[in-house]
Write a protein that binds this ligand. Structure first.
Ligand code: FUB
Length: 311
């Protein structure tokens, strides 16, 4: 009853394909995945792309009206927990604006804080995106939106990092990347917004995601250096910098999805990169889908380039 050699070869050939699973959410379009580990389970908070139509958003552009959360214990079987925040139930959001862009969610003091950008009803403080917070006691909600967006923040792509000393930081983008300390209530800035160091001067930088490993703070971000976004990173000895650019850890897509947007987690002693592409909508890159791949560090702390894997 020895296992035949040819069957071993066949199994080795088939196994990676059998387990490859990108894009890993296929029941809807998803983008901008922020992954977090809560209670030994991975939760992913992405944007939710839909198809625009007459009277529904701006044709040919991003169109998003709500957020779902997904979770998994093994990164293979995913549960869709349904809608957690929807545009017309947030008091400060312009109704039917279809601009619920890239979110984040963190846990602190018994509460889950969900940060999301959207366009406001009241533009007396200026046009453009603001960043709001919704609060829950479970990672799947119900999330209760705050009545107003965070004061003194204008921009998109919120990211929250909680340092090991307990201080929380908010990062966001508005062409460049900005950061500030958050108050303990997680709802207000404690310091004025600031830039973070010598990031590339040219080309859009957005989607910041900050994490710490072995005492080094990594600021990772999509950057348009050429035609489409590639993922780059910078490092610092402190959460607000100054950061020093280190390089690219995911190249531009050869098939031309204009955006990429990511997050990085360590789960069961392995690091993972969550990001997006337009696998389920090859003709229209504003209908995206989220992927994940393993991520590795060199012994000196540099991030090894991630090569996307596909189904
Ligand atoms: O999903 C809408 C926008 O596209 C995000 O806010 C950006 O980061 C880019 O992915």
């Amino acid at each position: 009853s020895k296992f035949p050699f040819w069957l071993t070869v066949l199994a080795l050939f088939l196994l990676p394909r059998a387990y490859a699973q990108n894009p890993f959410i296929t029941n809807q379009f998803t983008a901008d995945p922020t992954a977090r580990v809560f209670n030994g389970r991975v939760y992913v908070y992405p944007s939710h792309d839909i198809r625009c139509g007459p009277g529904r958003g701006r044709s040919g552009w991003f169109c998003m009206e709500d957020y779902h959360v997904f979770s998994s214990a093994n990164l293979t079987d995913w549960t869709d927990h349904g809608v957690i925040v929807t545009q017309n139930k947030v008091p400060w959001v312009q109704p039917d604006s279809y601009a619920m862009w890239a979110p984040d969610c963190v846990f602190r003091n018994g509460h889950y804080y969900f940060y999301f950008p959207a366009t406001p009803r009241d533009t007396t403080g200026g046009k453009g995106f603001r960043i709001g917070v919704a609060v829950a006691t479970q990672p799947t909600g119900p999330f209760v939106p705050q009545p107003q967006p965070i004061a003194d923040v204008r921009g998109i792509d919120p990211n929250v990092f909680i340092n090991k000393d307990g201080q929380a930081y908010l990062y966001w983008s508005q062409g460049n990347i900005y950061g500030a300390k958050l108050k303990d209530n997680m709802l207000e800035l404690a310091t004025a917004p600031q830039t973070l160091g010598e990031l590339p001067a040219k080309g859009l930088k957005e989607g910041p995601f900050v994490f710490e490993r072995n005492g080094t703070y990594y600021l990772t971000y999509p950057h348009v250096a050429n035609k489409t976004e590639r993922l780059e990173y910078a490092t610092s000895a402190s959460p607000l910098g100054p950061f020093t650019v280190q390089g690219v850890f995911m190249d531009e897509s050869p098939t031309g999805c204009w955006t990429n947007h990511h997050s990085i987690i360590e789960f069961n002693r392995q690091w993972y990169l969550f990001y997006h592409h337009n696998d389920l909508s090859p003709q229209f890159d504003k209908n995206r889908s989220i992927r994940l791949d393993s991520l590795f560090f060199e012994p000196d702390g540099r991030i090894r380039k991630v090569m996307p894997t596909l189904r």
